[in-house]
Design a protein around this ligand. Sequence first.
Ligand SMILES: *[C@@H]1O[C@H](CO)[C@@H](O)[C@H](O)[C@H]1NC(C)=O
Ligand SMILES: *[C@@H]1O[C@H](CO)[C@@H](O)[C@H](O)[C@H]1NC(C)=O
Ligand SMILES: *[C@@H]1O[C@H](CO)[C@@H](O)[C@H](O)[C@H]1NC(C)=O
Length: 779
Amino acid sequence: MGFSHRFNLSVRRPPMAVWLWISLILLQGSVGVLSDSNYLIGLGSYDITGPAADVNMMGYANMEQTAAGVHFRLRARAFIVAEPQGKRVVFVNLDACMASQLVTIKVLERLKARYGDLYSESNIAISGIHTHAGPGGYLQYVVYIVTSLGFVRQSFDVVVDGIEKSIIEAHENLRPGSVFVNKGELLDAGVNRSPSAYLNNPMEERSKYKHDVDKEMTLLKFVDSEWGPVGSFNWFATHGTSMSRTNSLISGDNKGAAARFMEDWFNKNGVEMSNSNDREYGGVPRRVSNILHEVHDNHHELLELAASFQSPPGKPATKRLSVARRVRSALRQTEKPGFVAAFCQTNCGDVSPNVLGAFCIDTGLPCDFNHSTCGGRNELCYGRGPGYPDEFESTRIIGERQFEKALDLFNKASEQLQGKVDFRHAYLDFSKLEVTIPNQGGGSEVVKTCPASMGFAFAAGTTDGPGAFDFKQGDDQGNPFWRLVRNLLKNPNQTQVDCQHPKPILLDTGEMKQPYDWAPSILPIEMFRIGQLVILSVPGEFTTMAGRRLREAVRTVLTSGGKGHFNGDVHVVIAGLTNTYSQYVTTFEEYQIQRYEGASTLYGPHTLSAYIQEFKKLASAMLSGQPVQPGPQPPDLLAKQISLLTPVVMDATPAGVNFGDVKSDVPKNSTFKRGDMVSVVFWSACPRNDLMTEGTFALVEALQGEDTWVPSYDDDDFCLRFKWSRPSKLSTRSMATIEWRIPESATTGVYRIRHFGASKGLLGSIRHFAGSSSAFVVS
Ligand SMILES: *[C@@H]1O[C@H](CO)[C@@H](O)[C@H](O)[C@H]1NC(C)=O
Ligand SMILES: *[C@@H]1O[C@H](CO)[C@@H](O)[C@H](O)[C@H]1NC(C)=O
Ligand SMILES: *[C@@H]1O[C@H](CO)[C@@H](O)[C@H](O)[C@H]1NC(C)=O
């Protein structure tokens, strides 16, 4: 959503004298009118949708799943919390599958150039929500860019730009404010997808918990001392796999959807109305059309008016239109910045949003419990979301459940964060960490982590997206083809086999360095403190029990007395998939089962113990006010990246047809009802020519008066889908199909559908174009 009107707010900041005065009061701890503004807070948000064509989607590792349109847009959302004269932390939540080491490195370089030492790797966390419906190719290690045909510069650039812009915006919005925390259970948005591995955890440990996944959402509420509530970030564990492995529309999946619903809702209704039940069309907030004036209510008049707007030929657009911004700014009722709502990922490793369970597509029966197979084959076993068989519905429902829980926690949040802002960060070489663990005899022993490797069950995939290989999950054999490929790549030696035991090694990624590193070995761990809230940033997907163990270990350090320890409650959340990516982290016991998550735990059975040991060091250092060793720098592999995705060669239309011309219009003089689908096909060009960042490929306009068209819905709206296609793979021609499911909240009136794009000429020049359907009536 294009709420980028948050720029240019600096003029409303208090003048310097007032600023100092505020700071002084805060430093003295005085109470009074500003007593609740104990921090400076700033929020920001920017479009990171990326290339909506040809690029492989990141997540399912399915070669055939390439982008071909937009379900709704992806964003980077950032908050900064600072002590008025002290430290600050920045947290960025990406509607992307995960963070990327290379992206993090480049963002840090840009921020250093802009702000000097104010922001660094130590006080910035960049986290991914784990949508499996965003463009890939922005990571640097080979394994993560195999299916995207290598590195994709466009995907990378848009993410780096978006993060930088979201942080700049948050920085420029920094104003006195306060932060509240609240927690609550959300029961129906996640199930364990590897319960047989979970069951291998000790009984005494499992009996401490009611569920086999974490049901708790932890939410922060940001309140500007002048404007009131301006945003919210929350952490809740569930995979971004409501959209399936065959979806081709860019989507933020359930967490992106939740963010969309919450921001729209707040920007429409304002905070004062947030307790009312003013939602409709399945919870999707009421939209712009509500504020349009109804000028014609006579159906015949409407039809005549519509008939006077027949589909005009497509025409060159002189400049790229930033329409999303205009649609959203129409929603704003006050001067205050748009609401930023982020739904962040946590220990989702074994948590599926496909809450109905996993079933065989051939028989309709539940899959084999231990192996997630059907008649011995994994590729027939699929998890079902609550909207089954409609993945868009499942996305909406799981998104809405998170949104509703977040709204409830937001409205009831009363515990204010108070106290220091602090951070610790360390890089660690996970290929060879020594870890001290308790042994059977009550003493301790030293074990080691191993160079990265992936087990055979990795190739089997999960019930959220079964692999295309005939391996059984939990299988320790593997098939001969993969054994052969594995051996061609790198044969693990006995030291590695023993270290990784019982994982049967499919890919010895940690020891494969050609043409460049296949997997990371140096990983960042990071800890933020904002008063009594602690955020542990981990570069992977912790399973439920792995996350619980880490949180408990850190909580114990923080509350066990000694200098600087936390009194009373401390809220510990894990930010998953943060700063870089290194796949999964299971418990030692789950690792023994070698399902997908265990097979994808890269550094061997003691990976989790290593994290716990090292995070305890960060926690102790924070308590005692000591620094930690920075550790070895991760490599910057940008110069070595190989890109095999072919660029757009050129776009063309049939003779006598312009880009933007309507290929298939709405029926003449047609009237639609709410709930109907309106579909229009335009002659188009490859969306990679212009990503329409902070803009839109599709627009629904409503007629106001006799001849004024007002933007009402864009490609960021759930009700409007932009689908792009080519008649054949090598064709220079392409089509945009724009589908509008008319929401219940749409007002009666005359509407039209527009398409915006950019075409590439034979010599490489980019020309923007726009097209429009004929007008039609909604009654
Ligand atoms: C459409 O409606 C207009 C105005 O009511 C009328 O003049 C025209 O003949 C109609 N066209 C068709 C194809 O029905
Ligand atoms: C799963 O495996 C465990 C351990 O081998 C076994 O005890 C159990 O019966 C199996 N469950 C099913 C449903 O096959
Ligand atoms: C396996 O390779 C590693 C790294 O090259 C080496 O340290 C180790 O000694 C080797 N082990 C055996 C059994 O050759």
